[in-house]
Every structure is written in C-alpha cells, then in structure tokens.
Design a protein around this ligand. Structure first.
Ligand SMILES: [Zn+2]
Ligand SMILES: [Zn+2]
Length: 387
C-alpha cells in the first residue's frame, strides 16, 4: 500500500499551510500565531473538541472515530516552534521575522499533522479516539514536558503516542526508526570559576581564571576518553567561554562557561555528572582558584517502545516499501517526556538531500508530505481498525 491518494490530492493545500507557517516562525513558547492557526483549522475540520493553552501555548484536537468499541485513544504529536537562526535560504516564503527561522522543519510537522487531522475528521474510519497534539518549545524549552505536566495524558485518557521528525539524508518519503534508546538525554551545565584578577603584566599577583578554566575544558574531555566505557556514548561540549575581562591587559577575576552533556544510559549520565564536579572543583583547587558546577538535567533519553516501534515500522514499510534502521542521535528530543508517560514510537521521515536541520539554508521538503501524512493516518486506522 503506497501513500494514500487523498494526501496526494491535498498536497497543494498542505504545502500552502506549511509555507505560511514557515514565513511566520515563532520561538519556544511564543507560538501564538501558529497555535491560533492550528486551532482555527482543527475547528474548521470539525474536530469534536479543540483546546488551546495546554502546556502554555500547546493545542490538542480530539477526533472521534465512527465507533468507540475499543475505548482507546491514540495521540499523534507535532512540534510548532522555530529556532533563533537568521534564515539564508532566499526562498520567496522565507522568514519574515529577522533572527527566527523554521530550521528544524517543525513547520512541516505541524502542516502534516493538520493534513492527517483533516483526513481523519473527514473519514473517521477507525474505532476509538485520536488526540492530535501540537506542542510549543521543543527546541530546549520542554514544551512536551509542560503539556504532560498539564495533565494532557490523563485528561484525554491517551493510551499510546506517536511522533515524527523529518530527517535530511534519508531519501524523501522513506522512513527510518529504531527501537529502544533513540535520542540522547540532553543536559545543560554552567561552570563558574573565581580567582584573583589583576594586571596582565603581573600574573604572579593573580590567580588567572582563564588558565584555570582552560585546564577544566581540556580535563572534561577525559570523561569520554578515560572514564566512560568506550562502547557507551557520551558527549561533553563546552560551548560558551566568557571571561570577566574585555581588555588586553586585565586578568579576569571570573570565567563563566556553559555547555551540554549528551548520554544514552542513566549510569553514564550519573558518572558524567559526578566526574564533572570532581574535575571542576579539583582542577580549580590545583591552581588555588574556586569553581562550581551547576548541572541541570533537561531532556531524558527518548526511548521507543518495542511493540509500538514494530507496528510503526510495518506501517512505514507498507507505505514506502522499506524502513531503514535509524542511527542513534546524540541530539535531544522533547517527545521523550511523552514517551516516558505512555508507550509509543517516534519515526524519521526522509527530507532528501538537503542541508541538515539547524542550518540557515535548511528547508523542509514538501515532497515528504504525502508519505508523512499517510503514516500518521495509517497508524490510527490500523491500530484501531474500524469495527
Ligand atoms: Zn531541532
Ligand atoms: Zn526538530
């Protein structure tokens, strides 16, 4: 069974929605226009219930099947937020907001889920209920966590959740997935080093925090190479290094660093946090300085449930003829909070040979829409077959 014909027919309309959303990107929880557009469309499609303001700016639409003998509810989730990137695509529908851009394809995810919602509300060819979930703040803000904390899963008795992300490098319209750990836990840290500032020509009178902080940066790299089992994964990246001095001739009293840790295993996560604290405090002490680590666990590991992943794979295979095994991704994914709350699966749909997500020249590939929409709709129709 290839893509559903209905979505081939709807392609121009869904593409138009996608490009409109693309032109008006909104960051984190500020997805007001997008959420309003989504809510209006869901009402227009005849959803049985449309609720805004879930997890601040999230939207949930409820579509009831022809029957409800199963008593089951499936959640389909898309993300709506953009990134603080200045768009360089030169497209005629490029971002109208300087410094904001749909560089992760969430415009495409939102449009595809709207397309699936329109079709499901039209046909209702299933036995149960669908919750279409549109979340804000996937890009680091934890919008998925907020929606779960808002009681979404219990409020609509959601049994399973399914999500989808486009992926450059995977052929357009084909799919890739993996069971178990898929996206990494994404933690944030800050390191504050305090020494003694002074004249750059009299270093012996100072405790030079730039030298101390530089040693810390290098020593942190030994966690991956010397502490963690080489067959397991960890990334420790210091991404910001800011000294308290902006002069050529002043040794700064303080240095502030920021960065991220990515892991796929709770034991490795614990070990990494513990070693970071020892390295930060111990290295500073060696030089007579002080340093503290502030470590924040942000997104947990995103784990695909076995059974639902097998089912999701079958659906993808029937649409695209095949479904590849996706590689592990050390990026974080907010859908982890929904998958921690309910069993489900997250799949990648091919975006073809385009720039990678988060690149200023990236663009969602509209040719992926029929396959993406078909998968979303088929998940519902096959998981809760019409009675
Ligand atoms: Zn992203
Ligand atoms: Zn994304």
């Amino acid at each position: 069974m290839p893509v559903k014909n209905r979505f081939a027919e709807m392609l121009p309309e869904i593409t138009e929605w996608r490009r409109d959303i693309h032109e008006h990107p909104e960051i984190l929880f500020e997805t007001h226009r997008t959420a309003a557009l989504v809510a209006d469309k869901l009402k227009e499609f005849g959803c049985d219930e449309v609720v805004t303001g879930i997890g601040r700016t999230g939207v949930v639409g409820i579509i009831k099947g022809k029957t409800d003998k199963s008593g089951r509810t499936i959640g389909l989730r898309a993300d709506m937020d953009a990134l603080p990137i200045h768009e360089e695509t030169g497209l005629d529908y490029a971002s109208k907001t300087p410094g904001a851009m749909h560089a992760c394809g969430h415009d495409g995810h939102t449009a595809m889920l709207l397309g699936a919602a329109k079709y499901l509300a039209e046909t209702r060819n299933f036995d149960g209920t669908v919750a279409v979930i549109f979340q804000p703040a996937e890009e680091g803000g934890g919008g998925g966590r907020e929606m779960v904390d808002d009681g979404m899963m219990d409020r609509w008795s959601i049994d399973e959740v399914y999500g989808m992300h486009n992926w450059p490098g995977v052929p357009t319209g084909s799919f890739a997935i993996r069971p178990g750990a898929f996206f990494a836990a994404a933690d944030l840290f800050e390191i504050n080093v305090t020494g003694r500032g002074g004249h750059a020509a009299k270093p012996h009178d100072t405790i030079d925090t730039t030298v101390v902080a530089s040693h810390i940066v290098l020593a942190l790299q030994t966690i991956a190479s010397r502490n963690v089992d080489p067959v397991k994964q960890v990334v420790v990246s210091v991404t910001s290094f800011e000294t308290g001095s902006h002069a050529h001739n002043v040794i700064p009293e303080t240095v502030k660093m920021k960065g991220t840790v990515r892991t796929l295993d709770p034991e490795v996560q614990d070990l990494t946090e513990a070693r970071m604290k020892e390295i930060v405090e111990g290295t500073a002490a060696t030089f007579g300085a002080k340093a503290e680590l502030v470590y924040k666990r942000n997104y947990p590991v995103m784990v695909n449930s076995e059974e639902q992943t097998e089912f999701a794979t079958e659906v993808a295979r029937d649409i695209a003829g095949d479904c590849d095994e996706a590689p592990l991704v050390m990026g974080g994914e907010d859908f982890a909070f929904m998958l921690n709350a309910r069993p489900g699966a997250y799949i990648l749909v091919g975006n073809g040979d385009t720039a990678m997500v988060h690149h200023p020249k990236y663009n969602f590939n509209d040719e992926a829409i029929p396959a993406g929409c078909s998968w979303l709709a088929e998940v519902v129709e096959r998981r809760m077959p019409a009675a």
